[in-house]
Design a protein around this ligand. Structure first.
Ligand code: HEM
Length: 311
């Protein structure tokens, strides 16, 4: 960007983990784009300000725009790589697409603040959108997925989070934005808990209690970390920033998987490797114990992109 000022990112993209989260999926009412644009700008600005106001509780969040809705909403320009969710299926491994127009993602260490803000945001959108799905995430034990394994250990750290998650100067209008994919996974925990510990560990390629990575040669080709640990032709690791959290109740529970990246390609390649596997058909055995119910693709523009439409 040279001496230019970088657009401000929406702070929830790269924020560290929290105790609680709320995910709101909205569809726009037909024909309200002109009123919805400033309303979205206001919501994103409001979330940005609350990040400061509730800094003690680590409040943060972002607003994403659905890939299929983008052109209706911002017809004059489009993030270069934005495309619908890459739905795929093989055997009984299914990654279906379920697109939404708007995704509001808020997180905080105080559940009461989150509840209040979620209601306020819903009010700010009143008559312009329909709330089609809502989920609440929570930190489980010491950052574990409900299968009992620590989730997020190999995530990028520090400044590297921004480098992985945010678009750079290659797409100037969309610098500091992020390609975000969301999948709601429903776990089959009774099936999972019947597996002996060693078999569970083999499925992740990591130990359960201590969260220690297996040596590369000890990782089964069907293990989750083997399937998603990919490199490009130059040997560089393909990275994403995961912001997933467990969700649900006794009746239905699992993981809201969220990937943020400077490109949608990394997520797509990892998902393909999980579902279709390698040339020898080694697919991800984690998928025998969990089922993706949704799959959505969003772009989360910079705050400065959104607030040009706030009049
Ligand atoms: C690693 C859980 C889906 C990408 C991990 C780890 C766990 C985990 C426990 C190991 C610890 C860590 O480094 O975070 C899950 C669960 C999923 C899920 C429960 C769904 C139910 C996905 C999906 C993708 C993905 C859909 C991408 C398409 C990754 C990546 C790593 C990872 C990139 C780090 C691998 C490494 O560098 O070792 N996941 N994951 N995960 N997962 Fe997942």
């Amino acid at each position: 960007m040279g001496s230019q000022v970088m657009p401000r990112e929406q702070l929830g993209i790269c924020a560290e983990g929290n105790l609680h989260s709320v995910y709101l999926m909205f569809n726009a009412i037909d024909g309200v784009e002109a009123q919805l644009r400033p309303s979205i700008a206001n919501v994103a600005q409001y979330i940005y300000e609350l990040t400061d106001q509730y800094a003690d509780s680590a409040f943060n969040g972002f607003v994403g725009i659905g890939a299929n809705f983008w052109d209706t909403f911002y017809p004059d320009s489009r993030p270069a790589l934005l495309k619908p969710f890459p739905a795929m299926n093989e055997g009984n491994r299914d990654a279906p697409a379920m697109e939404y127009d708007i995704f509001v993602h808020i997180r905080c260490d105080r559940y009461d603040i989150l509840h209040l803000v979620a209601n306020e945001i819903n009010q700010m959108f009143e008559d312009l959108v329909e709330l089609v799905d809502e989920e609440r995430g929570f930190r489980f034990m010491d950052n574990r997925d409900l299968t009992g394994f620590v989730d997020g250990t190999e995530n990028p750290k520090g400044r590297h989070r921004q480098q992985v998650a945010l678009v750079g100067s290659e797409d100037p209008e969309f610098t500091s934005g992020s390609y975000v994919h969301v999948q709601k996974y429903k776990h089959n925990l009774s099936k999972w808990h019947r597996l002996p510990l060693k078999k569970q560990e083999d499925i992740y390629g990591r130990t359960k209690v201590d969260d220690i990575e297996y040596e590369s040669e000890d990782k089964p080709l069907t293990s989750h970390t083997k399937r998603v640990n990919l490199k490009d032709e130059q040997g560089n690791s393909l990275e994403i920033l995961r912001q997933s959290m467990p969700y649900g109740s006794v009746k239905e529970q699992g993981l809201v998987f969220i990937s943020a990246c400077s490109t949608p390609e990394h997520f797509e390649k990892m998902l393909r490797s999980m579902v279709h596997g390698d040339a020898h058909g080694n697919h991800d055995h984690l998928m025998l114990f969990t089922k993706a119910l949704t799959g959505s693709s969003f772009f989360v523009p910079s705050l400065d992109f959104l607030t040009q439409f706030d009049d």
